[in-house]
Design a protein around this ligand. Structure first.
Ligand code: CTP
Length: 410
């Protein structure tokens, strides 16, 4: 419980609240932060006060709620005071308007001015209707802010105000709290001390020095797994055949090994497998390869006939060399008879968890930022994780992994 007298030496969290219906959830976030001992200074925008009362925040926070640049009894310049003393500024919910103001450098109220007057890390938790969330203007503003080092917690997909369902729902206070802990205290989460080896992306098999055979995997799911595993306390090695980058807060924290072909991926993984507590094969490994021509095949020489040969199944090799207690997770990309094929794959590959994607469904799997999966346990017990960001899917998978490790699996 929060102590009656706030601890002024505790890390100060500026809790910014924008004017959206999800503002009610930030009351719960405030409680969690106070319970954990933080000094919390709430800053509400004018519109936020239409959704939640200043008094509610003041009653739970470490000091009274602020809503204005002017008339603050404690300091004549509250934005610089807050900005300079913050260990973190978390904005939940961050509305499209607030995001735009921050991206443009506007400072026309206390919250936007505080964001500019601070060198503290900033965590934005957007919440809005799907149409607004998907607007290029909103996405471009967020991309700009991310490039400047601002952290963004992608909204979840689920029930929205007015009975709609879609992307744009504020992440649960619990998840935002875990992220705050991660940023401020370097919290070691449920994967603390575990070595996690993750593969990502689609491998590329050279036809000649110019051309490759590949697949549609973007690597996003594997990269999201690496980011979230790190945030949950793991030491992560990412073997990546993807061009995409890790988020700014983890980019120097995860060991990344870049590979291109299935053979290179196999070598990189097998070398590191024995020291890993968890292995997650999220990569789309090419099933076929060929002997690359040493020089470019010229058109004039006619249409080449390519002779493909099978690549080794890396996952099967990893399972064959599995050491005791190691948790191995496979993925299954299916387009038809999804569950039937997946259950057969689970048995064939003998993994602890199989994450099944129906890659033919809308918004799922390859090239998308969202995913919907079924997680199959060893006994073929299936649990569906409905459509949401690949980051949110990663939390689900890694929470399952953490509980298998606790049970001393396999
Ligand atoms: N995998 C692997 N090595 C390969 C092919 C696949 O390690 N040469 C791994 C993938 O990373 C994934 C799992 O095996 O974790 C299943 O991959 P998937 O493409 O769904 O299945 P395949 O084994 O290729 O079987 P099929 O083509 O019959 O679907």
């Amino acid at each position: 419980m929060p102590s009656a007298t706030p601890d002024h030496s505790a890390p100060r969290i500026v809790l910014g609240v924008g004017g959206g219906i999800a503002a009610y959830k930030s009351v719960e976030l405030l409680r969690r932060l106070r319970d954990a001992g933080y000094f919390v200074s709430p800053v509400l925008t004018r519109d936020a006060t239409r959704f939640v009362g200043e008094v509610t925040f003041s009653a739970l926070a470490s000091e009274p709620t602020r809503t204005s640049l002017y008339g603050d009894p404690t300091t004549p310049i509250p934005h610089t005071y807050l900005g300079q003393h913050a260990a973190l500024i978390v904005v939940a919910p961050a509305t499209a308007h607030l995001i735009a103001r921050f991206a443009m450098g506007l400072a026309d109220d206390l919250l936007s001015a505080t964001l500019l007057a601070s060198r503290a890390p900033v965590l934005l938790c957007p919440a809005m209707h799907t149409e607004m969330w998907e607007q290029p203007s909103v996405q471009e503003n967020l991309a700009l802010l991310r490039r400047r080092g601002v952290l963004v917690m992608e909204p979840a997909t689920g029930a929205l105000a007015g009975g709609d369902v879609g992307a744009g729902r504020l992440r649960e206070p619990e998840e935002i709290f875990a992220m705050v802990e991660h940023i401020v205290r370097g919290y070691r989460g449920p994967l603390s001390g575990q070595n996690v080896l993750i593969s990502a992306g689609g491998t590329r098999e050279a036809i000649d020095p110019v051309r490759v055979i590949s697949n549609r995997s973007s690597g996003r799911q594997g990269i999201a797994l690496a980011e979230v595993a790190h945030r949950l306390g793991a030491h992560v090695t990412l073997v990546s055949a993807s061009e995409l980058n890790l988020a700014l807060d983890v980019v120097n924290q995860v060991d990344v090994v870049h590979v291109e072909s299935a053979a290179q991926m196999r070598t990189a993984l097998m070398e590191r497998a024995h020291e890993s507590d968890v292995i997650i094969m999220a990569a789309a490994v090419s099933d076929f390869t060929l002997d690359s021509a040493p020089i470019k095949l010229k058109k004039g020489a006619g249409v080449p006939v390519l002779e493909l040969v099978a690549t080794p199944d890396i996952l099967q090799d990893l399972v064959a060399e599995r050491r005791s207690g190691q948790v191995i997770v496979g993925f299954a990309a299916e387009t038809h008879d999804v569950l039937e094929n997946a259950v057969a794959k689970l048995q064939r590959k003998d993994v602890d968890l199989l994450v099944v994607n129906d890659v033919s469904a809308a918004g799922v799997g390859f090239e998308h930022t969202t995913n919907e999966v079924v997680i199959l346990a060893k006994n073929a017990e299936a649990s569906t994780v409905t459509l949401r960001s690949k980051e949110a899917i990663s939390y689900e998978i890694l929470t399952r992994v953490a509980s298998l490790l606790n049970q001393g699996a396999p």
